[in-house]
Structure formats: C-alpha cells, structure tokens
Write a protein that binds this ligand. Sequence first.
Ligand code: CO
Length: 208
Amino acid sequence: MKIKEIIKNNKKWVESKLELDKDYFTNLAKGQSPSILYIGCSDSRVTAEEMMGVGPGEAFVHRNIANLVPNTDLSAMSVITYALEHLKVNDIIICGHYGCGGVKAAMQSADLGILNPWLRNIRDVYRLHSDELMAIENEEERYKRLIELNVVEQCINVIKTSSIQKANRERKIKVHGWVFDLSSGQIIDLEINFDKILANIMEIYHLD
Ligand code: CO
C-alpha cells in the first residue's frame, strides 16, 4: 500500500463519516470513555478494532510483539494503569494469535539482538510449562499450545499489578484471555478463571 493511497483513503473515510453524521468528528473530539482495554500482538493481520467490530472510542488498545505484559515495560504498565485508574475500564483482553512470529522466534535458538530480552519473556513461559509442552510431540501443536499458555501468563501478569488489585476492590474487573485464529477469523476464548488466578497468586503478589 502506497502512502499516497492512504492519504486518499483518509479523505474518502472522512467524507463517508460526515455523510452519515455531520457531527461525527465534533463528537469524537469531545473525549473517550472506552469500557475495554485490548492488549494484542503488533501482527498486521490481527486488526484489533475490525475483528471485534468496535468503533472509535470503544476500545483502548495496546499492541506489541507477541502481546506481552512484562512488569518492567513502562509502556505496558502505563497503559494498564491509565486504563484502570483514569478511563475506568472494566474488561481487559489479552489477545494472542496462532501463527505468531514472536512466539515462533522464541521457540528457535537464534540470536536476535535487541529482541532477545523481549522474547525471553516467552522462553520463560515455555520453561514454566515445559512438562506440558515437551509432552506434545507434534511441533505445530506445541507451537499452538505455547501461544495459548503465553496468553494465560500475560493475563496473570496483568493480575499481578497493583492497579488491577486496587480497581477490583472498587468494582468488578474481568480479564479475558483470547487467541485469534487467523485461518478462520474466529476469536477463541481461553476462559481464564480470573477469581481463581487472583486467589492463587495473592499470597505472593498481594501488593496492598
Ligand atoms: Co504475533
């Protein structure tokens, strides 16, 4: 896609929005009050808003390679804190996807420079679940399972933050672990048990 095309597309998009509602952008500029925080992969095929059918203003979105939530990542931590404490979102979605290049890279032994410490987070997920993963003989199946387990672990990383523990005392917060299946377009809900995970980790990760 050429950049010139994109600018043209934008003009068409503005016109189409104004045709339906002449105050569309005036209203959009007034502010945002999304009820969900979506954390997903940067993969160009996993279009957060489009696949969820949500419009501008409805989802607060954070994307990075392999949808990771490392506790030392200032960007991810700021997004979570802002979404919970200021935007007051009630639902947090971590969405991975089958065919994730980041997860694939972490399964191989290659020196990828600055990507090494980032992908280390996925290798840690592998180590944590090595018994289960090593027992899967089919490599494609093992790859898929690591993608799912990575989502679960990132959900746990969200639950470990003080922002969510604090917010959950004021109102009911839900964390959803999803995997997007590129080959069918479907979202698969891993149905993580937020309350059970919270109860299990609180002994160690209770923050206040
Ligand atoms: Co990916």
